[in-house]
Design a protein around this ligand. Sequence first.
Ligand SMILES: O=C(O)CCC(=O)C(=O)O
Ligand SMILES: [Fe+2]
Length: 259
Amino acid sequence: MAPTAIMGQIPPMTATAKTITRTSPDIPARVDALGWEQITADLDAQGCAVLKQLLAPQECDAIAALYPDDSQFRSKVVMGRHGFGRGEYKYFSYPLPGLIAELRPVLYAHLIATANRWNQTMGIDISYPASHAAFLKRCHDAGQTRPTPLLLQYGEGDYNCLHQDLYGEHVFPIQVAILLSQPGRDFTGGEFVLTEQRPRMQSRPEVVPLTQGDAVAFAVHHRPVQGTRGPYRVNLRHGVSRIRSGHRHTVGVIFHDAK
Ligand SMILES: O=C(O)CCC(=O)C(=O)O
Ligand SMILES: [Fe+2]
């Protein structure tokens, strides 16, 4: 969430005994069954794709319920204090809660082919290793050692300004956010929004409709678009429109770690 330059201002939380959270043995099979051909096609066409029903309602509720448990987190950010919007979020500490620890490498494995192809098309000479563990080692060796998965909490009137989650030199180009609350029941408003800035053109907005347990995969920073005279690069930002009533929780799964 936070640009690297201001990370140092975010106070660490004091460590307490960590509560162990549940895992789910079927995560790899569940993620495999999502329909990756369509997800890949949507990522290429729009820069984002919906992963329908990634988590069950009980799993969403269990993750959202961690918010007050400071033993789970390394730091808390009140968005209004940094000009990021209104609302707050907390970065998980390692070890991550079971479900998120399981999802991160499995989602990564399904996204690397797209990530590598995007970089090739954009002429970026970086390729991503086959395993998330190997990519994290690359981050850690460069001093990006702090976990980036985060839990966000919004109330009425809160919103998240358009941003990019870059935390250092090493960036995995796609990230995932999971909606933990149910629109219409738990909150109204609060749409996930992307904008795409094209060279010499006005920005294109995209609103992503999600229900509880759905995830959105999207470009962190930029992506290639096929033009009539070859590929060009567009710049993406994401955010959340104003929550009109109720409460909204999301969990963000970012694959690179932070400085
Ligand atoms: O709350 C949301 O839907 C957006 C969260 C976000 O900015 C992120 O996961 O990086
Ligand atoms: Fe974000």
